[in-house]
Design a protein around this ligand. Structure first.
Ligand SMILES: C[S@@+](CC[C@H](N)C(=O)[O-])C[C@H]1O[C@@H](n2cnc3c(N)ncnc32)[C@H](O)[C@@H]1O
Length: 485
């Protein structure tokens, strides 16, 4: 399996043939992000890092490896132990030989700078840095920390046979999953109890279909500690179109989670100040204000394959509050769509004189809610229904005359051809109890959901959805108006 991706990693040449481009999937992480991730993971010199095992799954030139070595050595010195004790504390994988060599040189430099002789440093670095495929060579290692920035490689960029091999080994990689999904899966599997995976990575998997398997895996036995949306932050040395996020996930049951968003200004703050603010949020304290950083805590996390809408900490907190206060919509409310007639020019009217008053039903159209409030435009449905079914036209002479006048067009409708005796029916049956019920209307095709309250005045036309419930937990009067305002 070693080198399965090597064909992806051959440096390409630019059009003018001077500057080699980085191998595919390669994005180097900036120091401030590395420090923040290490802080959040608890990879801190004040902890005993010597007896822990830390894995960098895709080391590149060593953006994480360098600071990890610094912290490891500081921890070792604090404990008063020899550097040789750190031999088994760190393992870094890197598939690209040239990058692996750079990472190794960096490790040798860090060790010799701290007084280790060159041969010992070389031996230690060779033990730490492995020019191997993480996805196949790391599975036996039990880790306390897996920290890094996995490669972003779309599976369609990988030869089908190679992609199939990865898919077989990593079942969370479904659909058009990116390779980083396998890195998450491998990292999570290799964590010891209480071990932590801290990655900066593209965040599409949190919401899309191909991330469903990974979300399910996380929900099945891990706790999400921190998610930081970094779309606007300057996290990498090159400009990347990747919508990154930091995720810190621990092998233990889910507790409260911190959700944050970091703007470009956060780069200016010391990483300890940022992680301190996040920890203060976790303790329920008001965090110190840091420009560009927004934080919130939620008490529970998403279950199963449910998407993680983590874009805005504030919105997520509101969503959680609503979930806590109210039952799920499908549990106690009816969601439906208004009446389709098959011929609105006959069935929808403003003329109150054309049929008996009892055959006119106040109809709410989509335009009636466009202002954000229910403003009935004066339209009625010419209503052929009563509680039992279609009305007997003999009992309503004006209705009979009106439908009779329009019989030719009404009978041409598909719904009428299927039911010759009911030729004057609307496509949908009218359920009269709905008119008097308080309900929310939502217009059919709109960019944003904008519910509008009908206090029990009208019946919805077919391009309005309605939400209606008898359950006072769903529809207490005061709460409706609160949330609508
Ligand atoms: C996004 S870069 C991150 C590099 C470095 N960790 C950083 O943050 O700057 C991903 C690295 O993963 C390496 N890589 C790709 N597939 C790999 C695999 N299967 N095993 C180990 N490394 C791999 C790439 O060569 C690349 O250097």
């Amino acid at each position: 399996m070693r080198g399965i991706q090597l064909q992806l990693l051959t440096p390409l040449c630019s059009a003018i043939g001077t500057t080699p481009l980085e191998p595919k999937g390669v994005v180097y992480t900036k120091r401030w992000v590395v420090d923040l991730l290490l802080d959040l993971a608890g990879y801190l010199p004040e902890n005993n890092l010597v007896d822990a095992i830390a894995v960098e799954p895709s080391a590149g030139a060593g953006a994480f490896l360098g600071p990890m070595i610094e912290r490891l050595i500081a921890s070792c010195q604090k404990l008063g132990r020899p550097l040789s004790d750190c031999r088994d504390s760190l393992i870094a994988f890197e598939l690209d030989p040239a990058s692996a060599e750079r990472a190794k040189e960096l490790a040798i430099g860090a060790l010799t700078d701290r007084g280790l002789d060159r041969p010992s440093a070389e031996a230690m670095a060779a033990h730490w840095v492995r020019n191997e495929d993480y996805l196949f060579e790391a599975t036996d290692i039990e880790a306390d920390f897996v920290i890094g920035n996995p490669p972003y490689v779309r599976l369609e960029e990988i030869p089908e046979s190679t992609a199939a091999t990865y898919r077989n080994a990593y079942p969370a990689m479904t659909g058009r999953a990116d390779l980083y999904v396998a890195f998450f899966e491998a990292a999570l599997h290799q964590l010891k109890k209480d071990g932590v995976c801290a990655f900066i990575c593209a965040d599409r998997w949190m919401r899309n279909q191909y991330g469903a398997g990974l979300r399910k895996l996380i929900a099945s036995g891990y706790g999400v500690e921190t998610v930081i949306e970094m779309h606007q932050a300057d996290a990498f040395h090159d400009e990347v179109d990747a919508y990154p996020a930091i995720t810190v996930i621990r092998r233990r049951i889910q507790g409260p989670a911190i959700v944050a968003s970091a703007g470009p200004e956060v780069e200016e703050a010391p990483s300890r100040a940022v992680s301190g603010a996040l920890r203060a949020t976790a303790r329920g304290e008001c965090p110190p204000l840091l420009p560009g950083l927004r934080t919130a805590t939620v008490n529970s996390w998403f279950k199963g394959t449910n998407p993680w809408p983590c874009h805005s900490p504030e919105q997520l907190v509101l969503l959680r509050e609503l979930e806590d206060r109210f039952p799920a919509l499908e549990a106690c409310a009816k969601v439906g769509i208004g009446v389709a007639t098959g011929n609105d020019s006959v069935f929808v009217t403003k003329d109150t004189g054309i049929v008996e008053p009892s055959r006119l039903l106040k109809l709410a159209l989509a335009k009636d809610i466009s202002s954000g409030k229910m403003e009935w435009s004066g339209h009625y449905l010419v209503d052929p229904w009563n509680g039992e079914g279609l009305v007997d036209l003999e009992r309503y002479p004006k209705l009979r005359a009106y439908f009779g006048k329009n019989a030719a067009v009404l009978k041409k409708r598909h719904t009428a051809t299927k039911n010759a005796r009911g030729w004057y029916k609307t496509i949908d049956r009218v359920s009269h109890a709905l008119t008097a019920a308080p309900k929310l209307y939502i217009a059919d095709i709109k960019a944003a959901l904008d519910p509008v309250l009908d206090t029990g005045e009208t019946y919805p036309h077919h391009n309005l959805y309605f939400i209606q419930s008898e359950d006072s937990r769903t529809f207490p009067e005061r709460r409706i108006s609160d949330s609508i305002e």
